[in-house]
Write a protein of this length. Structure first.
Length: 406
């Protein structure tokens, strides 16, 4: 028990001077007695926490009435402080330094200081931007074992969570879910063990910015690409429109690339979604090129192969509500057995035969062109239906995976 000459802070500080010379040893009268250190953790930002260390100094006890004060603030370097470290720290603490600690008449020492936490945390970004991250902060003594120093918490988890949510200032992108703590006994290189307090911080990402800036524009562009199938397939405007759409979407991805995460062990579903949108647009352009070539190129060549007519016209045509057109009936020529002049009729017959051959050639070419045109329209309709089904199934699958994960 310290004795003060007068009830004022100056006399109390003079009485504490001998204690300051003992700051290099653990503040216990008997070294077999362990020092109980209370560690508390308040999160006021994604990179900012407040740490509270409370322990008892057996050398500093006084009578508040005799010394005139129940507490006093003194510089931290004048007292023994526990060598507690945070194992996940990756960089030096750059938060403003608080050089003072509180001491109380019963020997309790309170040390609270802000800490800027730049730590290592294993991120699971598969469900980005609907992901929830769990980070751990481990507190333990660097040298002292369990028989010299033990750790404990003071607050309940609910109380700690409520305080952290009230004082948390950087809730823009991340939302604090909960903070839990567990106490562990870990072995050391010697026979003794050391204690560790492990705080588990769970935060949830706010997806609004990513939905508005990434998901909705991609869905709108895919919808525009889908409606571009309504343009005439043989028109050049359809190909130019799809090329413009692909170039615009590529520039959009380059501009918004900074919003995507660059760290993690897995590929996010968001990246799969954006890549799928780009692949669908490129595939749609390739389909337009093939159909245009089919309508404008093959129509001038020979007749379509038999297998293509059966598969496309007979099978896929009725499925997409484009059945094959009925062939025109051949004209019948009725020969008159009566003849007036055989020579005149023979000459007339030769001329009619030549005219008929020319007509049949033109009709055969028209029928071949019509077949190719009809096959092109049916193929375009089949790919359009397949495009819709694939987009619907893919989008529903990704949405379900996001919903189940979050």
């Amino acid at each position: 028990m310290l004795n003060c000459t007068s009830p004022n802070p100056t006399a109390l500080l003079q009485a504490l001077s001998p204690v300051f010379e003992l700051n290099s040893i653990r503040p216990v009268s008997n070294l077999s007695t362990h020092t109980m250190v209370s560690v508390e953790f308040i999160m006021f930002g994604i990179l900012g926490v407040v740490l509270y260390y409370v322990w008892e100094n057996e050398f500093m006890r006084w009578d508040p009435e005799q010394c005139g004060s129940d507490w006093l603030t003194i510089p931290r370097e004048k007292l023994w402080v526990p060598d507690i470290v945070i194992n996940e720290f990756m960089e030096k603490n750059t938060a403003p330094s608080v050089p003072y600690v509180y001491i109380y008449s019963d020997g309790t020492v309170l040390d609270d200081q802000p800490v800027k936490v730049i730590s290592s945390c294993r991120l699971d970004i598969y469900l980005f931007p609907f992901d929830t991250q769990n980070c751990s902060f481990s507190f333990n003594s660097y040298i002292l074992k369990t028989n010299d120093m033990q750790l404990q918490t003071v607050w309940e988890d609910d109380f700690r969570n409520n305080i952290s949510k009230e004082v948390m200032t950087t809730m823009g992108e991340w939302q604090l879910v909960e903070i839990t703590v567990m106490k562990l006994e870990l072995p050391s290189s010697t026979q003794a063990t050391y204690q560790e307090l492990r705080y588990h911080v769970t935060v949830r990402r706010s997806p609004t910015m990513y939905v508005v800036n990434l998901l909705l524009p991609s869905c709108f562009l895919i919808a525009v690409d889908l409606f571009s199938f309504l343009l005439p397939p043989q028109s050049v405007d359809r190909s130019l429109f799809k090329m413009t759409l692909i170039l615009g979407y590529t520039m959009f991805l380059l501009i918004m690339n900074n919003l995507l995460p660059v760290t993690g062990n897995t590929i996010p579903l968001m990246n799969v979604f954006l890549s799928m949108c780009l692949v669908l647009m490129v595939g749609s352009l390739l389909e337009t090129i093939v159909i245009t070539n089919l309508l404008c190129g093959f129509a001038k060549n020979s007749a379509a192969p038999w297998i293509l007519r059966v598969v496309i016209l007979q099978f896929f045509g009725p499925l997409v509500l484009l059945p094959p057109k009925p062939k025109a009936k051949e004209d019948t020529v009725i020969k008159n057995p009566l003849s007036v002049s055989m020579e005149a009729l023979q000459g007339l017959g030769r001329e009619l035969h030549q005219i008929r051959q020319q007509v049949e050639q033109q009709r055969s070419g028209c029928e071949t062109s019509e077949e190719w045109f009809q096959m092109g329209y049916i193929t375009d309709r089949v790919i359009f239906v397949t495009y819709i089904i694939f987009i619907s199934v893919s989008f529903i699958t990704i949405v379900i995976m996001w919903a189940q994960g979050s």
